[in-house]
Ligand binder design. Structure first.
Ligand SMILES: Nc1ncnc2c1ncn2[C@@H]1O[C@H](COP(=O)(O)OP(=O)(O)OP(=O)(O)O)[C@@H](O)[C@H]1O
Ligand SMILES: [Mg+2]
Length: 273
């Protein structure tokens, strides 16, 4: 199947004239190539306040590339990206993505990401890992940040581990430190890269509850995952990324139980739920 035979789901233009009602994440017709290899071929995606959206798809579909570009670790070649009313990239006259440095800096204050490998600082205590970016990047008052960090560690069941270093914690505990670190930045959007791949069933359930709580608090949550069962249970909406395009999008019931696209059916027949 060649890419041009796939039909990406279109998304209408929106007006940025007023901030009210804008999605927390707005991406329209995003493209990204590595050399000759076009990895993202016109991706449109929105995540609203209080909504959990999972991006699933086979290996090599472009999920990590999409997440890296959404979190400004890499850049799209073409397309439009906005976080609320902060327009990070727009199209120039030749339809290439034009990034605005000031908007990028603002957007970085609006999202957090929990990486699959956590990327905690090994020589910092748990508390310092959580407090570092709010103090260094956001220039917030250390006292206020410590209060917020301790509250988050308590909420995530880590209060007694505040003074340990990451290698003294289990994988699940380290992941919760990474979540506390992302949340301490007070983001409006939080992304998870393979949130549950290293977790046992109990921790997976805890993660499910936490993600739903964050959404209930009004956060927009974007999840990239291989785990169909988790995506089905936690998401309001699932997007299936296949060969650089979103070929199916809808509620978990629509996408998993009543897929329209033959490629979705084929993909689902190969994965466990
Ligand atoms: N930095 C890079 N340079 C060149 N090619 C890349 C780079 N990053 C990703 N690719 C290519 O882009 C395509 C999509 O990769 P990506 O990692 O986004 O897929 P994925 O959906 O996350 O896969 P997986 O489920 O295996 O993690 C692959 O063909 C990959 O080889
Ligand atoms: Mg990946």
């Amino acid at each position: 199947m060649t890419k041009h035979k796939l039909r990406s789901i279109p998304r209408p233009d929106i007006s940025f004239a007023s901030a009210a009602g804008l999605p927390a994440v707005y991406l329209r017709d995003a493209h990204k190539s590595f050399g000759e290899n076009e990895v993202l071929c016109g991706i449109s995606l929105t995540i609203n306040k209080g909504e959990v959206v999972s991006i699933i798809g086979p290996s090599g579909a472009g999920k990590s590339t999409l997440l890296r570009c959404l979190t400004l670790l890499d850049t799209f070649d073409g397309g439009e990206l906005a976080y609320g009313d902060v327009r990070v990239c727009t199209l120039d006259s030749e339809r290439y993505a034009k990034y605005d440095a000031e908007a990028m800096a603002k957007a970085r204050m609006r999202f957090g990401i929990v990486f699959q490998d956590y990327y905690l600082f090994p020589h910092f205590s748990v508390l310092k890992n959580v407090m570092d970016a709010p103090i260094v990047v956001q220039k917030r008052d250390p006292k206020e940040v410590e209060e917020s960090a301790r509250e988050l560690l308590g909420r995530l069941g880590l209060a007694e581990h505040a003074d340990k270093v990451p290698c003294q914690l289990s994988g699940g505990q380290q992941q919760r430190v990474a979540i506390a670190r992302a949340l301490c930045m007070n983001p409006r959007v939080i992304y998870f890269d393979e949130a549950t791949s290293a977790l046992d069933p109990k921790l997976t359930m805890d993660m499910h509850r936490l993600i739903r709580e964050l959404a209930a608090d009004g956060m927009a949550v974007g999840i990239v995952t291989h785990e169909m069962g988790f995506a089905r249970d936690v998401s309001d909406r699932i997007c299936l990324l296949y060969d650089g395009q979103i070929i199916e999008e809808g509620s978990p019931d629509e996408v998993i139980n009543h897929p329209k696209n033959e490629l979705t059916k084929e993909f689902l027949s190969h994965v466990e739920g």
